[in-house]
Structures are given as structure tokens and as C-alpha cells.
Design a protein around this ligand. Sequence first.
Ligand SMILES: [Zn+2]
Length: 262
Amino acid sequence: MTKRLLIFSALLAFSAGGLRQGARAEDMVRNEELLDKLVAAYPDFLASHQGNSLRWKDGTEMAFDDGKGGKDFAMRLDAPDLEDEFYVSYPVGRAGIPPGTDIDPGRVRYEPFFAKMYGDCQKAGVAGKLVDIVWLPKHGGKRIKITAVNGVAARLQAVSDELDRLPESFMHDLTPSGGTYNCRVIAGTSRRSVHGYGAAIDINVAASDYWMNSRAVGGQYPYKNRIPWEIVEIFEKHGFIWGGKWYHYDTMHFEYRPELLP
Ligand SMILES: [Zn+2]
């Protein structure tokens, strides 16, 4: 019997049955699986989980679900918990575009979780963890700064080395990099950008599309993208998700989010 089945039947046995308990048991199973993914994705920081608690290696406990239930799209972005980050699954590989309305897998981030690992750039907590890597050594080889936390710098160097071997026709999409570390909020919001943690990179701005630069037609943002799948696949292989899979698309943007990838 799989772990999932074991937990599920145990939960059912303890419940009095009925739809509500069934649904609650299913939520608990789902949360268990997501907590497993988080612990596996960040082994340098996370030790284990129990019930609704995520246990950090320093002994801290962090709630997974804040119990506030159904949040609307804006609330989920502005006041999420860890559970809200998984409100929709990230489609790996050549899938997921164009995304449906408000489908932004990975764009919801519980900031205390990321600040605890990467530091708070407004309190000078990030700069000391940044290291230099060479972006596309065979194609100009500019140095860029990226966090060493969670092995992100080594992983981005591996991405860069692989991208560097793609045919020349891909290089315009990749160079120059639009930037990595930048202690800023996301345009038009008070939310910290993943660039502020040093765990994101923008590829060539001139080859990219951003939802805020487009005009809504009939209340919808028409999807635009010029970044080829070959580039996206290499980033995903090393733990980075792509902003091109968001309804609020940002096709130059990649960030380290291994908990959303297989
Ligand atoms: Zn970005």
C-alpha cells in the first residue's frame, strides 16, 4: 500500500464518514504531500513536518495552512500562507500556455518562508550570500550575482553552461541578462520580488513580454511569448520555474522554486 493510501484509509477510519469528513481527509492527504515536497525541495533548511507544522532545522515551526480558507485572487497574492502557493500546480515541460485567467503557478509566495532562507535585503541580509557566476561564458561571459543559498548559484551556473551549448540563434533571447539580484518590490505592489532574495534571473528584456506592458482586451490580457521551449526546459531541469507560464506573464523571468517541480 502506498503512503498516500495508508494515510487516507487511516483518516477515513477515524472519521465518522460522510462527505465533509471525506473532503477534510482528502485535504489533509494533499497537505501531507505538499509538505513532503517542501521538505524534499529545501533539505538545507527543512527537517520534517507534523500535522499543520513545518519544522525547520533550527527548531522553528511554521504553519502550513493559516486556516483562513477560500481567498480570492488578490487576497491570495497579498496575504498568502504556504498552502496558497500550491493553489494551482505548475505545468512542467511544454505545457500550460496560454494559461487560463488568473492561473499564475508560482506567483504566490509566502514571504516569511523565503526571507528566512535567503535573508531580508532591506536589512542587509542578502548581499553577503551572493556570489558571482559567469553568464554564458562562450557568449560574452558577463559576471552576474546570485545567492549561494540552496545551491542556487551552482544550479544557475549549470543552466548557463547548458544554454551556452544551444545553437547561436538562441543567444539573443539569453543575452544580455536583464538582471539577477535587486532589492525591490514587484512593480505596482508592496510584495518583495524574488530578485530581492537573489534567487531569480531575467533573460534578455528585449526578447521578452510582460503582462503589464500589454493592454487588456475585454477584461483579458492577451498572452504573448517569444521565448522558445528549449530554454524553458533547461531552467526547469535545474529547479527554476518560468514566468511565461503565468496568466500575468513575465517571459524573461525564472526563479528557483524546486517545490513546484517534480
Ligand atoms: Zn524577473
